[in-house]
Design a protein around this ligand. Structure first.
Ligand SMILES: *Cc1c(COP(=O)(O)O)cnc(C)c1O
Length: 359
């Protein structure tokens, strides 16, 4: 299916001076560009009214389905400014595919994947002046909400798909600092047959209490265990997790109830390219403790689009603390991180064809 986007540049653009001030210290997720891409869906018309326009509020009826039954999904990807001035997207086709799968699970209209990519590219083109240089990037947030005006419980007949963009600095100033994580024993994130494998806002709403508990215990992030045996490591609130062993192999929890991260998938491929064994297998919190104590486990790290790779320095739970790699970032995590970031910024070869050059 092809849709032609109506491009309507804002009549009130941010001045160069104001934009430069915002880009000097963007932080994460509070600064936004001038435009947004929008595509609407209704059962009668299908996908229609594709456009890029001034970023603005949505008119939303108080009875819009999303406000009551949380039919909402989203994605996250980045645009990177290359040294030669071109702009790279990293695996946007994988985000489009995952968005399609998320819509299916949430009984929402499925956006054709070429339209998803086109919306992202059009927004990057019109707001390319907002892409920070150096180690910064433009974080892109495609999302979709159910907006049928009806209080009955059923899949909405109308949807709004939109993409907004937010310039972000390097996630870590001066290299990634190891994070401490709190093992959630009171809360789980996902059960078999639930929505843990798709990117819906509701998963995050359900994780906030556990994340608050982590912070109350002096930790940066929460790690969830499986909902059946309360033993097997699943993932952090918004990042997947990897383990690095003394024999050079890696392991990561298998797909199913965890979110199928694109960073996770890319790391598996890069590590295998380098000749490492990577197992997708269940790993229990008790094994984690035992392997850290025996020296079999060398490193652990979390991964996702926002932070790429964050070394895990400490695991804290009601049964005490376990320190990983002396609380320091390990060489395997840092090596994979550099490899991935170099591909994303176009500084290294791209053997898997992950980069999409936005002209
Ligand atoms: C988005 C997300 C991730 C990471 O996915 P990437 O595609 O690597 O950014 C991991 N876990 C959860 C719960 C997520 O929502």
């Amino acid at each position: 299916m092809t849709l032609t986007f109506d491009i309507k540049p804002t009549t009130n653009p941010t001045s160069d001076q104001e934009r430069a001030a915002k880009l000097a210290n963007p932080g994460f997720g509070r600064v936004f560009t001038d435009h947004m891409a929008v595509v609407q869906y209704s059962q009668d018309k299908g996908w229609h009214s594709a456009r890029v326009e001034s970023r603005a509020n949505f008119p939303l009826d108080p009875a819009a389905a999303v406000l009551h039954y949380a039919q909402e999904i989203f994605e996250g990807l980045k645009a990177y400014k290359r040294d030669d001035g071109d702009v790279n997207l990293f695996r946007p086709d994988a985000n489009a595919q995952r968005f399609w799968n998320s819509a299916d699970r949430m009984a929402m209209a499925q956006l054709p994947q070429n339209v998803f990519i086109e919306a992202v590219e059009q927004l990057v083109r019109i707001d390319r002046a907002w892409i920070p240089g150096g180690e910064g990037s433009l974080y892109l947030r495609p999302f979709m909400i159910a907006n049928e005006v009806f209080l009955g419980v059923k899949p909405s007949a109308e949807y709004i798909f939109a993409v907004i963009a937010s310039p972000v600095g390097s996630y870590f100033k001066g290299g990634p600092a190891p994070v401490s994580i709190w093992v959630s024993e009171n809360y789980t994130r996902a059960a078999v047959g639930g929505t843990g494998g798709v990117k819906c806002g509701g998963n995050y709403a359900a994780s906030l209490k556990a994340q608050a508990e982590a912070i109350a215990h002096g930790c940066d992030q929460v790690v969830f265990l499986d909902a059946i045996e309360r033993r097997y490591v699943e993932e952090l609130g918004g990042m997947n997790v990897f383990f690095v062993f003394a024999d050079g192999s890696l392991s990561t929890p298998p797909l199913g109830t965890i979110l199928p991260g694109i960073t996770r998938d890319s790391i598996i491929k890069l590590a295998r390219d380098a000749g490492r064994e990577v197992r997708e297998e269940a790993y229990s919190i008790d094994q984690w403790r035992a392997d850290a104590a025996s020296g079999k486990l060398k490193e652990a790290f979390a991964c996702g689009t926002a932070a790429v790779i964050s070394p895990i320095g400490k695991v804290r739970s009601v049964s005490g603390d376990v320190v990983i790699n002396g609380g320091e970032a390990g060489p395997v995590a840092m090596g994979l991180r550099k490899q991935l970031v170099d591909i994303q910024y176009g500084r290294a070869a791209d053997p898997h064809n992950w980069i999409r050059d936005v002209k």
